[in-house]
Design a protein around this ligand. Sequence first.
Ligand code: NAD
Length: 423
Amino acid sequence: MKNIDKIEKLKKSFEKNKNLIADALYKDLGKNFEESRLTEYYPVMSEFDYFIKNLEKWSEPEKIRSFFNFIGCGTVLQPEPYGKVLIISPWNYPFNLTFLPLIGAIAAGNEVVLKPSEYSKNSSDIIKKIIEDSALEDIEVVLGDLEETKKILDSKFDYIFFTGSSKVGKEIYLKAAENLTPVTLELGGKSPVIIEDEHCLDEAVEKIIWGKFFNRGQTCIAPDYIYLPKGTSEKFVELARAYIRKNGDVGGKIINDIHFDRLNKLLENQNIIYQNGKIDEDSKDKGVFPFTITLNPKDTDPILEEEIFGPILPLIEYESLDKVYWDLRGKPSPLALYIFRSEKGNISTRGIKAGGVCINGTMLQILDRKVPFGGIGNSGLGQYHGKYSFDTFTHYKPIFEGSSLKISTINRVINLILSKIKK
Ligand code: NAD
């Protein structure tokens, strides 16, 4: 079967199960219908369509035009699948983060073993059903806990695509090194926001909270902590309160008690300046961790050292913007860097490395499938989405075909060309 036919089949099965996808996301993460459509269903469907439109063109071998053509030789770049690929995905956007790499891997002609997260169990079951319904033999879904994943990792793969935390990413990288297996690591980390001047505060607060509200803050590119000019935190809270009053509470729930307790612990010894609800047994049962703003944590507090991955926003008031940039240049490279500034057209990040950057907005850098997505340094290795996904799972094999000319003739032609170049 042609790769494009496999993509069509997969798309049909995904589409057919769209209501079960929404149900599972509601059960696992309390995602409402609009949010699951917007962040999981549509991005996957449009990736299917983009591949269906372009795959034939991408799969064509490319004849390289070079000087060798003159002597009857030439190279063809042949796109080839790696072979057997392992895709390990996390729980926070279980369909999006499983199917986006899967589409790339299948389109490039690989066999795939999928290992979705054990935390988003309902979604993982539906992922298995979608694959079974597609009747594609080159995809196997393995469900199970950590031990199961470790067992899978003992087998040899030709490529590993991992999405998850930096901590586990390092373990995967070590494991892959045993067989020199190439990897893509889509990791997390702390994505900072810099509000460069007070004039952008209104716009910044609205866009930061909008971005942080998706999936109750459990998003790899969610704004993690905010630098804002000294003396503006009260105004920030005032604007945040007004935004929440107008737009309602954060949707969704925290995935499980482990993460609920982890978030609660991050708030120990913190100066909480806004919270839109209580933290008690009832909120824990419902997974409803309230949206919380804290002020000026110490550099060594866990809230500034660990990825928050939940609805907590620490604010850090600064006196010197130069020092903010200086400090950030010394920190691990984030997956996303957000800057709010009044000066239009200035896209400088002043030397901060980041997987992606969004100026005067949040989260939007991920939407365009013509743009690669991925981290750098601590936030990951490799990029994907659209054609970049196809490239990730493809080895471009150069095949050089010689001519029937004798070496002496080839030498003569080469010398002739060289003498012309020298002139
Ligand atoms: P995680 O690293 O705990 O787990 C990710 C996956 O790896 C899961 O399927 C899990 O079963 C498996 N796993 C866990 N421990 C393992 C081990 N020791 N060996 C092998 N496999 C193991 O991450 P998570 O809690 O599922 O997801 C949250 C993290 O993922 C956050 O850090 C977030 O920023 C990151 N993330 C990154 C992206 C991205 O695109 N860069 C997207 C979503 C989430």
